[in-house]
Structures are given as structure tokens and as C-alpha cells.
Design a protein around this ligand. Structure first.
Ligand SMILES: Nc1ncnc2c1ncn2[C@@H]1O[C@H](COP(=O)(O)OP(=O)(O)O)[C@@H](O)[C@H]1O
Ligand SMILES: [Mg+2]
Length: 502
């Protein structure tokens, strides 16, 4: 082990010296163009390249050059050793296109590689080594790499991945050359679905909850090379970029700008796990006769968020379709909802109800309300007019939490905005039972309207509930009964787990 580490260190020292590894009949051009001719690492990037840890994490904040460093790390290792395979991953193909692949096309001169297979996204370097660009949009897409082995695996925006995907990839991180130590690296901002496990392994240096064989966790294997925007000389003084970051909600700004991994400490849905709570849409097995309904959080500058839900006979809710868009008039939104309320065969779905955010019922001047305008278009298309959603925030969030805990709420993986949004919600320090309002919470608000209104509509005031159950007429016995009843209710609600984070 120690000698292998030394070996990596030696090759790291030779980073950039591509020509020195182009031995054994490697064609001439590699000698001419060195990595150092094309890429000069910024000082923090250099620290990342020099780290000898088996699993490195680079960044932890926006903009220091994480993606670029990851790309050149794969290229460097592919050049350092002949005939090895390397893999670079992003969660989805569009993201891969606009990050790693576009940097490869933009920054790597043609004479540095032998060929590029455009359909498989595989570069073959002059020494026979390869770099494959891949993605794993759904949880199980990762198994496409089942039969493959990669000496280096680099994962961009690692917190978009799940612990399960990471663990599977570690099993693919192998090398048949005895003198080469396989290794992996991630680059990321804090937040998102993978926040908790990434923070555990690299920031807190302890096994991640839910990890297979936590006893085998060796903190020595994990190195966190912290970098922030200030480590990128191109961005440091870029007023526009800083302005964009400054406009983010406070907790996201803390996370992205200074790389504060604790801002999600008050994460509300700390139990959210894509493996338990999401599924491929076609796997949900929704039958045509199951009740369906729609929830809408109306917005114009902020996006409108629309979800389609179905109730399984056992009471579980399947949220199976998403539509999020801004700058649509109420009528345009109604049209968009109607056009999407079709099943796989293109037939109109039977929608029982549409729940709409209560603020859409506000009457402005003489014009009809948003709810009326939206309702007109829905009605013209054979859909129900909207009903005002139950906006009990605290009860609603708690209800969503319980549904997730009991695995009674499953979200189709096509509802990307909702899946992305849930793990970023934090508790409101002013009212810890509530979620802190932030821009970008519209998908969660809409889902809350959908589940709470349909399945746990607001309860009547305590007095009325007592009146329904207590028949005693004299004031004293009523007071005693009332106390007993309220205590009972409190006890019942205490069994509701209060979400917390370590
Ligand atoms: N070493 C470098 N030399 C020149 N430009 C760089 C370097 N590292 C990053 N950049 C540029 O800085 C910008 C941000 O880099 P990127 O890798 O996308 O950052 P991040 O992934 O951390 O957001 C990109 O335009 C990238 O090309
Ligand atoms: Mg990036």
C-alpha cells in the first residue's frame, strides 16, 4: 500500500509531463504537446492534482475550477499510464454536454488524442488509454458500468449522486496494472440529494449513514481539498458572477460562495432518499382507475409548479408528472396543464380535483381572479375548476415527512425539480416546525398542497372537535374532558417523529 502511494506521488510530481510517459512506441505528436502546454492549474487545483488520497473531493463551493480540474485529472492519469481506462461522470446527459464534454471540446487540442467516438463519448489517447464521458440519470443507470473497470473515476457535482451509486462505482475502480493505484475524485458544491453522505465521508470524516460495511471506513482514504470562488483568478473579481451568487437565497449563498457545509444542518427532509422515495415513472404501475388529482402553486415571476398525483389502493401517493415554468399567464398555464393531462396512449386522464395555492384567489381590481381565469381554461378542457389548497404549512410539511417515512409517497424520477428541491429545504430558525421560505421552494409547496389538501385536510378548531365527542353538559365535566382530550391529542401527535440532523 505504502509503495503504491509513493508511486502515485512520483507520477503526480510528473503531472503535466505527458511526454515522459509516452514511451513504448507511442506516436510522436504526444511528445510535442504536453499537458502543461495546454493547462496550467490554479494553485488550489494543483493541490488537488497532487493529493495522493484514494478518494479525493475538490471544491465545496461555486466556481474554483472544479470541472476543469476533474477533466485534466482524468487526462493526466490516462497519459501517465498506457492502456488504462478512465471515466468522467455527470448525473444527466444535458449537464455532461454543457460541462465536461464542452470543456473537452473547447480545451483539448485534436493532436492530443488518437480518436474520439462521438456516440459512445470515449476518447482514445495516443498511448491507448481511454477517457469515457458518462452519466447516470436514474439510480439504476449506473449499472451500465457493471462489466467495466476504471483506474480513475471522476464525478462532477458529486452531491447529485446517491451513496448507492458511489458505492457501486467504487467496486468498478480497479486496475490490472499492479503498479497503478486506482483512485476516484469528486467535485461538488454543498447541498442536494447527496449532501449528507458526501459531508459525512469527506467533511466530517466518518462513515455515511446507510453505508455498506461502515466498519471498513478509513478516514485516511478520503481527502477534502477545499476551494472557493476566490481560488479562481478569473472569477475572483467578476462582478456579474458575484452578483448572480449574491442574489441567491441566504443559505444557498452561504453554501455556494463560502462553501459552508453546515447551512443545511437544519435540513427538513433529512430522511429523503432517492432509492426509497423515487422510482422510474413506468415502474409506478399506475392503473387508469386509480384516483388522480393535480396540485398547482401559482407564480409568475417565481415559477408555477404543477404536479399530478395518483392514489394507490393501499393509500400511497404517487406523484407522477411535473410541470414547472414561469412567465405563463393563468390561461396559458391552464392550457399547459390540459395538454399534459394525457396518459401514455394520449387519452385524457380522469382528474378528480385540482388544488390551487390560496393566493391565486385574491381579487385584484375588477379583473377576474387568477383562479377564475385558470379555471375557465381547465373547464373548457373537461378538467375540474380549481379548489383552494390547504395552506397549513407546519401540518403540511409534517404530513409530507410522515408519508416519506412510511414510504407512502413515491415520486417519479421525471419530477426532477421536486427531487432536487426537497433536500435543500431547511427549518426556519424563527419557527423550527416550519420550512424556511426560499426562492426555489415552489415545487415543494405545490406537492404539499397536493398531499395535504387531498389526504389530511385542515382540522376543525379544538372546541368543535371536543364538542363532537363530548356530550357532558355541565361546565366542570366539559373542562375536565376538554383537558383529557387535548392531552390525548398531544400524545398522539408526539409519536410524530421530529426530523433532525446530526
Ligand atoms: N486552470 C485554469 N486555467 C484557465 N481557466 C480555468 C482554469 N480552471 C478553470 N478555468 C475556467 O474557469 C471557469 C470556471 O471553471 P469550472 O471548472 O467550470 O468551475 P466550477 O466547476 O468550479 O464551477 C471556466 O470557464 C473554466 O474554463
Ligand atoms: Mg462545475
Amino acid at each position: 500500500m505504502a509503495s503504491k502511494k509513493k508511486n502515485i506521488r512520483a507520477t503526480n510530481r510528473a503531472a503535466g509531463a505527458a511526454a515522459s510517459v509516452a514511451r513504448g512506441g507511442t506516436p510522436e505528436p504526444l511528445r510535442k504537446l504536453r499537458i502543461s502546454d495546454v493547462y496550467t492549474a490554479f494553485p488550489r487545483q494543483k493541490k488537488f492534482h497532487e493529493s495522493t488520497a484514494k478518494y479525493r473531493l475538490f471544491g465545496g463551493a461555486a466556481g474554483p475550477g472544479k470541472t476543469k480540474a476533474l477533466l485534466w485529472e482524468a487526462i493526466r492519469q490516462a497519459h501517465d499510464h498506457a492502456r488504462i481506462d478512465t471515466l468522467l461522470l455527470r448525473r444527466t446527459f444535458p449537464e455532461l454536454e454543457t460541462s465536461l464534454l464542452s470543456y473537452f471540446r473547447r480545451d483539448v487540442p485534436r493532436e492530443m488524442y488518437a480518436s474520439y467516438n462521438d456516440s459512445k463519448h470515449v476518447v482514445t489517447w495516443l498511448n491507448g488509454s481511454t477517457t469515457r464521458f458518462g452519466y447516470s440519470a436514474s439510480e439504476s443507470d449506473i449499472y451500465q458500468y457493471q462489466g467495466a473497470e476504471f483506474t480513475f473515476i471522476g464525478i462532477d457535482e458529486l452531491t447529485l449522486f446517491t451513496l448507492g451509486q458511489w458505492q457501486f462505482l467504487t467496486s468498478r475502480n480497479r486496475c490490472t496494472h499492479a503498479d497503478v493505484q486506482p483512485n476516484m475524485a469528486g467535485a461538488t458544491n454543498p447541498g442536494n440529494i447527496g449532501h449528507a453522505w458526501v459531508k459525512a465521508l469527506w467533511v466530517d470524516k466518518r462513515p455515511a449513514p446507510g453505508m455498506d460495511r461502515p466498519g471498513q471506513y478509513d478516514p485516511e482514504d478520503y481527502a477534502f481539498i477545499r476551494a472557493t470562488l476566490a481560488d479562481n483568478p478569473l472569477y475572483k473579481d467578476d462582478a456579474d458572477y458575484l452578483k448572480t451568487l449574491d442574489a441567491l437565497p441566504r443559505h444557498l449563498r452561504q453554501a455556494f460562495l463560502v462553501g459552508d457545509w453546515n447551512v443545511f444542518a437544519g435540513q427538513y427532509f433529512d430522511l429523503f432518499d432517492v432509492r426509497r422515495h423515487t422510482a422510474r415513472a413506468e415502474r409506478l404501475g399506475i392503473e387508469t382507475w386509480w384516483p388522480r388529482w393535480i396540485s398547482v402553486d401559482w407564480g409568475f415571476e417565481h415559477p408555477s409548479a404543477v404536479y399530478w398525483h395518483a392514489a394507490r389502493p393501499d393509500g400511497a401517493v404517487l406523484t407522477y408528472r411535473e410541470f414547472v415554468a414561469n412567465h405563463l399567464s393563468p390561461r396559458m398555464l391552464g392550457q399547459a396543464i390540459a395538454e399534459r393531462s394525457l396518459d401514455a396512449e394520449g387519452r385524457f386522464e380522469r382528474i378528480a380535483e385540482v388544488y390551487l395555492s390560496p393566493d391565486a384567489y385574491a381579487r385584484r381590481s375588477s379583473e377576474s381572479t387568477i383562479a377564475e381565469q385558470l379555471g375557465d381554461v381547465l373547464a373548457q378542457n373537461g378538467l375540474p375548476r380549481p379548489a383552494p389548497a390547504d395552506d397549513d404549512r407546519v401540518g403540511g410539511w409534517m404530513f409530507l415527512y410522515q408519508m416519506l417515512e412510511q414510504e407512502q409517497w413515491v415520486i417519479a424520477d421525471s419530477c426532477a425539480r421536486l427531487i432536487e428541491c426537497l433536500p435543500t429545504l431547511t427549518r426556519d430558525p424563527a419557527n423550527v416546525e416550519d420550512v424556511l421560505k426560499s426562492s426555489g421552494d415552489d415545487p415543494a409547496d405545490s406537492a404539499r398542497y397536493g398531499l395535504k389538501t387531498r389526504l389530511a385536510p385542515g382540522r376543525a378548531p379544538a372546541e368543535r372537535r371536543v364538542a363532537e365527542r363530548i356530550t357532558a353538559v355541565d361546565a366542570t365535566s366539559r373542562a375536565i374532558w376538554m383537558q383529557k382530550f387535548m392531552a390525548e391529542e398531544r400524545r398522539a401527535s408526539r409519536s410524530v417523529p421530529v426530523p433532525h440532523r446530526w
